[in-house]
Design a protein around this ligand. Structure first.
Ligand code: MOS
Length: 728
């Protein structure tokens, strides 16, 4: 019987967070600290002709102004590589995007550095640039993971009796976490320590090793708390290497913190995406062909792919499908993953198109999904390790009252408001990555657990503590879990919603190895009541090792350890996905039902009610998990109705690089949201039976809202966000 797993548990780091004891990257107190402020380019493409730093250098408190003329070397530019690259800051006079770092002013105080940064005078030789993805579609290249088509989509599309075809657009969006990106770097001889906001301490270590030409063993990356990241700290951004370089040159600690505006070109963004979707069906609703072409932008110096069409291929049973992704270079910073990357963009288009098809067929949108339900993975033909999507549809429809929906657009009203009901499906992965964890169990009944993962907000500290406490048989408060330090065992980036499956499996593995060691020690005692039992039959519980089905047969763990002459046992466990997984497809799914109320005169949309049902394996901490899904719904509302990064293409410059002008939902935008889990008993996916769920929660929401807006107004909005101007 589980003591902790599956039970609502408040955050073990909650008090530290609300009292300010939890330290974020910029908050570490380091003596003799200096402050860096970044100067950004004001053209989108070209060369720096002259950069005059004399006034800045003469300004009070300024220690040094780094530019491409005097910065320490970063990276290993190879002579053979003549193509333009911008992997490392301040390494050449070339400008690849508006908002690229071109100088770093370091001063005794932040204010002095920030003031002096304004005194740096730059003249450029500008070159023509292009920042509008629609203008460069002709130059788009296939994404690297491009898969061949399934069946014969062109012929099947021609033969299909009912067809819909449309184009869907999603603008650039930015993560906008609360905590600005920041690093503090200091050197002790050839040893670098860096406090960095990151989802991947080992990734930053590797990156800095390459950039600085220092062995990884000489670099310690520390990141115990992250105030939101959502993908913006998956890849090492340019500022850690810049900070470490400056600290090395100055032989003093340096701190660099992004301003909100600098974040808009400093950590990537969700790419601008254009999707052309054609669906062909038989009159009974059976899909005959899906042709789903996606394009998105990348930068001129890096090829980023968002996997826009990856997951959507596995949602419906359709024998003929072609879903190519093409990426086109623009003179912007490189995009990156942003919550539910690719999936939320691809499913906005596919699930909008499915709604259009439902109307063309005069079949209920939910019924259309059920007609095309994928019983096996349509892409590989493999069975699903578990899939409770059908139950999600059923339960969601029942809770929402879907059967009472009049399909006619503009048929439902609340006073003068138009009421719309829309639904959509969602999909995300159930990935597991290699991960390691260390558990130390002490004879006094306490344990320390560590793994170099991150907790960007989902509750990783809490769930790892729960898993360790469960398998070590200890009260929660006797277990401490630490993360975010390259001195700890290796963990993957916290991304892809794979942390609990990956790191959790390692923590469980380490705890079970300790159990096994204790059983071995116990059985050295001829009189042990556990003699002859196997590891599967015993468990640790309240400082005793006992038989699972006969708790009376037990031994005192402290006594076992004392006999062995030890006070503590430490195990490092490396977990990886099981080979059994390869025989199956493992995905997480969901169904979302949305009600909107639209003011016909003002064009304003209120999302008055959301029911989201998700099936993502076992739920270990329902409290944190519901928060994840509610947060996903809120973000989906933002994506559907508010979020867009606006670029003035004349200058290739972002116009709304602030939280004032980049709109995200506020409390007044959020109404009734109910999230429900249909738990799955999946013994294949990983030992804990958990699937990805942090990103899943937002995947179907933008489409469900767009579909509800169509139902309310009769207007099909295919370019996000659905702002009032598009509805009046
Ligand atoms: Mo998530 S975009 O994998 O941090």
């Amino acid at each position: 019987m589980a003591r902790y797993l599956g039970k609502e548990t408040t955050r073990v780091d909650g008090i530290a967070k609300v009292t300010g004891k939890a330290k974020y990257a910029a908050e570490f107190q380091i003596p003799h600290l200096t402050y860096g402020f970044i100067v950004l380019s004001t053209i989108a493409k070209g060369r720096i002709i002259q950069i005059d730093t004399s006034a800045a250098e003469a300004s009070a408190g300024v220690i040094k102004v780094f530019t491409h003329l005097n910065a320490g070397k970063l990276g290993k530019p190879s002579a053979a590589d003549a193509s333009p690259t911008w992997a490392w800051p301040l390494q050449s006079d070339q400008v690849f995007f508006n908002g690229q770092p071109i100088a770093l002013v370091v001063a005794e105080t932040y204010e002095q550095a920030r003031h002096a940064a304004r005194l740096v005078q730059v003249s450029y030789q500008a070159q023509p640039h292009e920042t509008n993805v629609a203008a460069v579609l002709g130059r788009a290249k296939p994404a690297p993971q491009e898969a061949p088509p399934r069946g014969n989509p062109q012929a099947a599309m021609q033969a299909a009796s009912v067809k819909v075809q449309s184009e869907y657009r999603i603008p650039i969006e930015h993560h906008n976490p609360m905590e600005p990106h920041a690093a503090i770097a200091f050197w002790e001889g050839d040893q670098l320590t860096i406090f960095d906001k990151t989802q991947n301490v080992y990734g930053v270590q590797q990156h800095l090793s390459q950039g600085l030409g220092v062995p990884t063993g000489n670099i310690r990356v520390v990141s115990p708390f992250v105030g939101g990241a959502f993908g913006a700290s998956l890849k090492p951004n340019y500022y850690p290497s810049l900070t470490a370089m400056a600290a090395r040159e100055l032989k003093r600690p340096v701190k660099v913190v992004f301003t909100r505006a600098q974040m808009f070109t400093g950590h990537g963004y969700r790419p601008e995406t254009i999707q052309k979707v054609a669906l062909g069906a038989a009159p009974d609703g059976k899909l005959q062909a899906i042709i789903h072409e996606a394009f998105h932008n990348t930068s001129s110096f890096e090829s980023f792919s968002d996997n826009t069409t990856g997951f959507l291929k596995q949602v419906y049973a359709c024998p003929n499908l072609h879903a190519p992704l093409k990426i086109a270079a623009t003179d912007l910073a490189t995009p990156t993953w942003m919550r539910a990357p690719g999936a939320v963009s691809g499913m906005f288009a596919l699930e909008s198109a499915m709604d259009e098809l439902a109307y063309a067929l005069k079949i209920d949108p939910l019924e259309l999904r059920l007609i095309n339900y994928a019983e096996v993975d349509p892409e590989s033909g493999k069975p699903f390790s578990s899939k409770a999507l059908r139950e999600c549809y059923r339960l969601g429809a029942e809770k929402f009252g879907w059967s009472k929906r009049n399909p006619e657009p503009r048929s439902m009203r609340d006073g003068n408001l138009l009421v719309g009901w829309g639904m959509a499906s969602s999909v995300w992965g159930a990935m597991q990555m290699p991960a390691s964890a260390r558990v130390t169990y002490r004879a006094d009944g306490t344990a320390s657990v560590a793994s170099a993962t991150s907790d960007i907000g989902p509750g990783t500290y809490t769930v790892m503590t729960m898993i360790a406490a469960e398998f070590l048989g200890l009260p929660l408060e006797k277990v401490t879990f630490e993360l975010g330090d390259t001195d700890q065992p290796r963990a993957p980036a916290q991304g892809g919603s794979w942390t609990t499956s990956s790191v959790g499996s390692a923590v469980r593995g380490a705890a079970l190895t300790i159990t096994e060691k204790l059983l071995g020690l116990a059985n050295q005692d001829a009189g042990s009541p556990l003699r002859g039992t196997s590891i599967d039959e015993v468990e640790m519980f309240e400082n005793r090792l006992r038989l699972k089905n006969d708790a009376a047969r037990s031994v005192d763990i402290a006594a076992i350890m004392q006999r062995a002459g030890t006070q503590e046992l430490t195990e490092v466990y490396d977990s990886k996905p099981s080979p059994e997984r390869e025989k199956y497809t493992s995905l997480a799914h969901g169904a979302q039902f949305v009600e909107v109320k639209v003011d016909p005169e003002l064009g304003t949309v209120r999302v008055s009610r959301v029911i989201e049902i998700t099936a993502c394996g076992k739920i270990l901490n329902p409290l944190a998990s519901h928060s994840q899904e509610i947060g996903g719904v809120v973000w989906g509302i933002g994506m559907a109705l508010e979020e867009a990064t606006e670029i003035d293409h004349r200058y290739g410059r972002i116009m709304n690089a602030s939280l004032q002008h980049y709109h995200v939902p506020v409390n007044a935008d959020i109404h009734a949201i109910e999230t429900i889990f249909v738990e799955e008993d999946d013994t294949i996916v990983n030992p804990l039976g958990v699937k990805g769920m942090g990103e899943l929660g937002m995947v179907g929401i933008p489409a469900a809202i767009a579909n509800a807006v169509y139902h309310a107004t009769g207007k099909r909005i295919r370019d996000l966000p659905i702002t009032p101007d598009k509805l009046v």
